[in-house]
Design a protein around this ligand. Sequence first.
Ligand code: PGA
Length: 257
Amino acid sequence: MSRKVYFGTNLKMYKTIQETVDYLAGLQSLTGNIDRDEATIFAIPSFTALDRVKGLVDEERILLGAQNMHWEEKGQFTGEVSPLMLQEIGIEIIEIGHSERRHAMGENDFDENKKVLSALSHGFIALLCVGETLQQKEFGLCDEVLAMQLKTGLHHVHPADLNRVWIAYEPVWAIGDAGMPSSAAYADEKHSVIKSVLKELFFDEADKIPVLYGGSVNLNNCEGFAAMPNVDGLFVGRAAWEENNFNALIRKSLPCF
Ligand code: PGA
């Protein structure tokens, strides 16, 4: 393994503050001897837990992110959380455009673009999630959908900010309880499509952008994804929400990259 790889989890709406504290304390200790020059580890808890866990987690060991963010600094946006509020906590990553935001909350690519630009201008890492639905896959539209999501979502991103852009490819049909795991070969092919769109947008600077795979990654299939040449990391849901499992998954996959 010669490149830096990424392991992250989005905790979705599952853990209370105390459960998040316990989980991250456990994960930090279990993964203590993993070389962070080799692997970046990150976790994305609920908003309510962020301030508390920021005081507990060492950012050299585990980066913290928010699951969403409004693009405006303040305003009449009831229920939203602003970049200034997240800066005040001191987290590092903003997850943007997870499939549940797009499909359950109605966000579109133009919203995601405003969030990406705002996240970058406020100094965060923007983790933009992309992926096709089953219907789009069946219609043979995956590559067009990915290109649209990337070209819109990353519109006007300045090349100087590309070291703070991460992409997660998460096919919607592969995510969650009803998800059908993708084959590693299919994921790799779509990662290569994503990388060619990024090249078209940013030329050689695109090499700075890691592309993580997510969607039903687990202890049985993680090595297969990790072995793929275009997969730079794993973004894990259910299989990461117990700290021993996530630690095991990281340790099993790391040598395969
Ligand atoms: P899953 O979730 O690993 O539970 O399928 C992935 C995700 O939504 O990021």
